[in-house]
Ligand binder design. Sequence first.
Ligand code: ATP
Length: 444
Amino acid sequence: MENKNEAMEKITSLAKRRGFIFPGSEIYGGLAGTYDYGPLGVRLKENIERLWLTMFRDDRSDMYGVDATILMNSKLWEASGHVSGFSDPLVECQKCHHRFRADQLEDEKKCPDCGGGFGEVKQFNMMFKTHAGSVEDDSSAVYLRPETAGGIFSNFKNVMDSMHPKIPFGIAQIGKAFRNEIAPRDFIFRLREFSQMEVEYFVKPSEWESAFEEWRLLMHRFAERIGISKNSLHELEVADSDRAHYSNRTIDFEFDYPSGRGELWGLAYRGDFDLSAHQEASGTTLTYLDEETKEKFIPHVIEPSLGVDRTLLAVLLSAYREDSLGDGRVYLAFPPSIAPIKAVVSPLLKNKPELVAKAREVFQALKTVVPQIAWDDNGNIGKRYRRQDEVGTPWCITIDFDTLGETKELLDTVTLRSRDSGEQERLSISDAIQKVYTSINHGA
Ligand code: ATP
């Protein structure tokens, strides 16, 4: 896409117009750093999350799930270092009082909004603080979790005691996280409320490298399955000087956003930092006993951490296409497995009851095997195709007079039109259903 702002504007406007993503609290003028998912966005998000659950948790025999609370005992965030250190450097313009992240201003010495001078750099803690219960003092302070990982570490012992897993094993969780970002920006790239898909994978200290490699490869496979191309995804080895002291290796997976290359996901080797810190602060033993060697140790951790919203943004940007079919069209080339609508069923004309009745029959038959489908009998067939292209529906099925047997040999056949090629083929109803089903379940 040509110009960087134009590319993001096209996606933002399509996402709103077609029911994917709306600005949060829009009728009240919005709330910075918040976006809501609309009917098609919810499906796309759920399909991405479901695929992640399948690949990162359910297809494996060494993974367990948890769904922990957003509000947690504040001692946990003290132990993890978030209360003292989860901050970004903030500067304020002395004239217009706009605030900026000092590390994102590059070499600018003056306020980009009014040219005023900056005050000194302060550390700004990004956790949202609130109070649990009716008394508002320090003893009731709680935080909205800034990452989902905390709820995984706090349940490490519970999962061990209830499920008796053998090392290596991991715990996966999808959920909301909150960060009071100084400058939310770029649509759903930097939000104040977002979702994460995180794994904490517990290994023997000597085995961290092979586990790290395994998750690195899985993250690439996941990118491929959701339509993020290899050439738009880049691994950045985080340099020693930028890495947390306890980590021997961190990779940022970066994506080419219209505004430039930026973080999409992270993969970190965290040593025994987290479990050791929680063991010390909570007084609860968080060691693992190796039954064979009788050795007791604190497992080391590999953490693949994926933001749901950034993933969805990368999926939308990767899927966006403009081509010259007809008089020019826009379409979203989602992999069928994550497309919010897999197929649309239409009668050629909506005022012919016999066509509508047959189309309803086909719709019902398809819906029993492919639940995420839609019905469309508005406007002419060309407009319907255009509408479905724009929301990334891989298949359109049209029922016409030949389906009813007007041409004898074509009885019970339909037209199946492909989103990507725009080509149409005549297939029996059952073959068309089979083709749609197969593309979703076996296509990448
Ligand atoms: P950044 O450097 O962009 O602030 P981070 O390194 O702080 O990100 P992590 O703490 O590693 O991010 O969080 C893991 C993942 O959560 C990120 O890779 C990203 O996908 C997502 N994420 C983090 N912060 C946000 C945010 N403010 N809005 C949307 N997604 C986010």
